[in-house]
Design a protein around this ligand. Sequence first.
Ligand code: ZN
Length: 364
Amino acid sequence: MQRSIVAVFLAICAAAGSLYAQQRTRNVILITLDGARTQEIFGGLDQEIFASTNKNYQKTWAYKRFWAETPKDRREKLMPFFWKTMLVSQGSIAGNRELHSSVQTTNQLFFSYPGYSEMLTGEAHDDVIKSNSHPQNPYPSVLDFLQKKLKLNKDQVADFSSWDAFERISTNNPGSFLINAGFMPYESSDREIAALSRAQSATLPAWNGARFDYYTFRFALSHMRQHHPRVIHIGFDESDDWAHEKNYERVLQTLNMTDRFLKEILDLVQNDPAYKGKTAIIITTDHGRGKTANDWHDHGADVAEAQNIWMAFFSPDVKLRGEWKDARTIYLNQVPATLCRYLNLDYSEQNPKAGKPIEQLFAE
Ligand SMILES: [Zn+2]
């Protein structure tokens, strides 16, 4: 009798062990939309802000295309794939404060280098990282950690970003994995991609230090098809740049364009055997922005509400769908531990002070 109880106990332990091992996620993708406000993500076109930038806003193409009566209809017009496909059938999103869900940065600076450093290393260092021109990140990132833990080569971990600062932000050990940021050429045997690589430095945006997101998107997608990185960050930037330019129409067009990029990335993830059914994705932003017509274009420690962000999650191992409601606040510093948790790895091995995995995602 005693012996059979032990046998049953052992069988249960073995089953539990194999369940754990059956976790399907093998790849992780982090996608960022620089400074994309919660207001547009959850509510689409903001009429008051559009009106403040253009008194004839109702005559614009963007207004005709993206205006609707309700926030739900507006956001679905702005980002139809994200809202009507991704979040319905594959994932969930936190940060809609109307539904009592909040996502915040733990850094108190609310601009990009501190935000991305917190997102990639798991810890804010407001005393050290306090400028976008900070040199090489002194702290190792989750990309560095995963490269070591998974024994990945230079192409299997990658960062494709529009903003050139990612060369400094994404690692404390430059050269260890591929970073293609700013106007760096992307070498490719594909003639179309090679032509785009030449074109990027001849198609200059109105701002310095970042190429158009289209190039970042095409290079990242090409790299995924060819090298199947298991860990990749894709960093889009135009959502921030057009806002600083106070060009609200372009902010809307950019979010809509990014939605089409997401669709193509998801098409690849769902069809390529290297990614299909075994890839988790986090989509988020590095900081919020102002809320009013006077400060929506700006962000930083002195801009009210710029700490409020949003975060979306997609994983074959997580059942949560749609918008989070009545949820405990989550933080940007939880991204590395969560990416690692998807892969059954423990990020606290690299940084015990980093934010913990987002437990709502892994609750039974
Ligand atoms: Zn900015």
